[in-house]
Write a protein that binds this ligand. Structure first.
Ligand code: GTP
Ligand code: ZN
Ligand code: ZN
Length: 272
């Protein structure tokens, strides 16, 4: 995992448009490429540091009964299009915000705002994925989302985001039919670590060679439990199944929180 080794881009991260937070303090010296043991150590340090932040994020999300979804895919699979179509269907009903991970621009965040949802931009510079520390900082800048939804659009990349748990409830991998049906076999890690596969751009199926059944079969060889929804963010076909999936998970999250609070109340009552 290249980024785990070099921690690329950490010095260039900017959260939000105004209150940019620079990570100069994280810069490290160039390393010798032949010193494998040292590289492995650096990679382990970066990943365990990330794991610590991810646990803190998860606890925050649980306390707020907030359903956080981490959207991963290669560039151009349709993450932002899917989000704007999703927001159109959900906005006004539940607290909702989007964290947009991009290397350079704020174009996606602007598209989300145009769909009338709160969007916070994280520019990762050369960095090829979001990490849990960035998400923690972004949360400090977002409004209260209790009981609502947080969508995290990761940097378009099928490799690096797989290694970085952000504290999300679920990871959703998006694959569009123009990318080829064998992607699950070529990039198994990201499919292995996702709970849901969205096959997007099905409106283009008549024009491309993409074997849906083969794709689903490959994905399930890597991850037998992965759920699959086929849709088109453009025509809206299949969008209802996706929105239902999100709503069901959000209700589960609220139910879990209610149960935890009830158990806590019973514990406290026993101390009266
Ligand atoms: N035909 C078709 N085109 C789509 C669909 N969804 C997205 N697109 C198009 O695909 C292109 C890329 O879509 P985006 O939503 O920007 O993809 P993205 O995954 O957010 O891209 P990055 O942020 O660069 O990784 C755009 O031209 C979209 O209009 C779809 O369901 N069908
Ligand atoms: Zn920081
Ligand atoms: Zn995008």
């Amino acid at each position: 995992m290249m980024c785990g080794v070099c921690g690329c881009g950490k010095d260039e991260v900017q959260v939000g448009s105004t209150n940019g937070h620079r990570h100069d303090e994280h810069q490290h010296k160039p390393h010798q490429m032949d010193d494998t043991r040292r590289l492995v150590q650096i990679e382990q340090d970066i990943l365990s540091e990330n794991a610590g932040y991810a646990v803190a994020n998860r606890e925050l999300f649980e306390q707020q009964a907030l359903l956080a979804l981490n959207l991963v895919s290669s560039p151009g699979s349709g993450k932002t299009s899917l989000l704007t179509a999703t927001i159109t269907r959900l906005s006004g009903q539940v607290p909702l915000a989007v964290i947009e991970g991009d290397q350079q621009t704020s174009r996606d965040a602007e598209r989300i705002r145009a769909a009338s949802a709160t969007a916070l931009q994280i520019n990762t510079g050369k960095g090829c994925h979001l990490d849990a520390h960035m998400i923690g900082h972004a949360m400090q800048q977002l409004p209260n989302l209790q009981g609502g939804l947080l969508f995290i659009e990761n940097v378009g990349n099928l490799v690096c985001p797989a290694g970085f748990y952000l504290g999300e409830a679920h990871r959703v991998v998006i694959l569009s039919v123009t990318e080829g049906d064998d992607k699950p076999l070529k990039y198994p890690d990201i499919f292995h670590h996702s709970d849901l596969l969205l096959i997007n751009k099905i409106d283009l199926l008549p024009y491309v060679e993409f074997d849906l059944n083969a794709c689903i079969d490959y994905a399930r060889r890597i991850n037998p439990d992965i759920e699959v929804i086929q849709l088109s963010a453009r025509t809206g076909e299949g969008m209802e199944s996706w929105v239902d999936w999100v709503n069901q998970r959000r209700q589960q999250r609220l139910q879990q929180r209610i149960s935890a609070l009830q158990a806590e109340a019973i514990r406290l009552e026993s101390l009266l």
